[in-house]
Structures are given as structure tokens and as C-alpha cells.
Design a protein around this ligand. Structure first.
Ligand SMILES: [Fe+2]
Length: 189
């Protein structure tokens, strides 16, 4: 069985792959701002939004409250900063969706808005995930008792059922991400 933070690190890898794909697709949109955006751009952004709900949901609903209850060593990590970064990431995802909507409507200027938001989003998420992988998660593994870790895994599974239950669960999500990374075509629903 995976440790709870291993599950979260695995999701970070999925997000990182999608960020690279996003950056490549945004470069294409910038090179041809009059063309309608590629279908794969819609799919990659939809996947990043879904992972935001799922992954940040696991952290906000389960991991951070558990760490708060466990009274983390002061000064080692700020749960508030983690939450602030999640809010910032959501605001940037909203900006990306708005810019994509502009491209759909044929607004040439939207390509630059998309590129600006994508650059800020990718920079924020890369830094955020490195901090979690290197500081927050190791601290969680050493601080949380076994019982709390089992509760986290149960909570993560419940959130997966809630968000992905009707769509084949985590395995189906990973397959959909693989399809988006391999050929850019949206996978069949
Ligand atoms: Fe995370």
C-alpha cells in the first residue's frame, strides 16, 4: 500500500507532465494566434482543473487538517502559505480558462494572455510542488501517527470516489492523462 504522501507525489508527477504539455500547446497558440485553439489545449486545462480539485482537495480536506491536529514543529512549514498558493493556483487556472475562451472566440490577443497566465501558473506550481515534496511531505511522514495516515488514505479514497467514481477512478484518469500527453487528442469519455 502506498504511503499517503507517495500518492500525492505521484499526482505531482502527473501535474508536472501536464504543465510541460500545456507550455508546448501555448507556444503553438502563440505562433498561430488566429487559429482556433487545439482541442488538446481544452483537454489539458480540463485535466489540470480536475487534478486541482482532486489533489488540492486531498491536501486541504485531509492532509493539512491532520497536520494541524498533530501540531507541527513551529517554523518548519507554514500551512497558511500552502493554502495561499492553492488559492493563487485556482485564480490562475480561472485566468487560463478565460483566455482560452477568448481564443475560442477568435480574439487574437487572448494568446498572449494565455501565455502569461500559463507561465505564472507553471512557475507557481513547480515551486509549490518542490516545497511539498522536500519539506511538507517528509514532515508529515515523520509527524503523523500510523492511525492518522490510515485515515488520510481512507479520506483520499473517498474523495477519488466522489470526483472520479463515475469515470473509472484514478486508473481511468491516468489513462486520460497519458492520451493527452501522447498525441494531444482528447481520450474517449
Ligand atoms: Fe500538492
Amino acid at each position: 500500500m502506498l504511503r499517503p504522501t507517495e500518492e500525492l507525489v505521484r499526482e505531482h508527477r502527473l501535474i508536472l507532465s501536464l504543465l510541460e504539455r500545456l507550455e508546448a500547446l501555448v507556444d503553438q497558440a502563440l505562433a498561430a494566434p488566429r487559429s482556433p485553439p487545439a482541442a488538446s489545449l481544452h483537454e489539458v486545462l480540463a485535466l489540470l482543473c480536475l487534478l486541482d480539485d482532486l489533489h488540492h482537495g486531498k491536501e486541504e480536506d485531509w492532509l493539512l487538517p491532520a497536520l494541524e491536529r498533530a501540531a507541527l514543529p513551529r517554523g518548519r512549514v507554514s500551512l497558511e502559505v500552502t493554502l495561499d498558493e492553492h488559492m493563487e493556483a485556482r485564480a490562475l487556472l480561472a485566468e487560463l480558462l478565460f483566455a482560452l475562451g477568448g481564443l475560442d472566440l477568435g480574439q487574437e490577443v487572448a494568446a498572449q494572455d494565455l501565455a502569461n497566465a500559463a507561465a505564472r501558473y507553471a512557475r507557481l506550481m513547480r515551486r509549490h510542488m518542490i516545497n511539498e515534496n522536500e519539506v511538507l511531505f517528509p514532515l508529515a511522514e515523520t509527524t503523523l501517527p500510523g492511525e492518522a495516515k490510515r485515515a488520510l488514505l481512507d479520506g483520499f479514497a473517498a474523495l477519488e470516489r466522489e470526483l472520479l467514481g463515475g469515470a473509472g477512478g484514478m486508473d481511468a484518469l491516468v489513462a486520460r492523462i497519458d492520451a493527452a500527453l501522447e498525441n494531444g487528442a482528447p481520450a474517449a469519455a
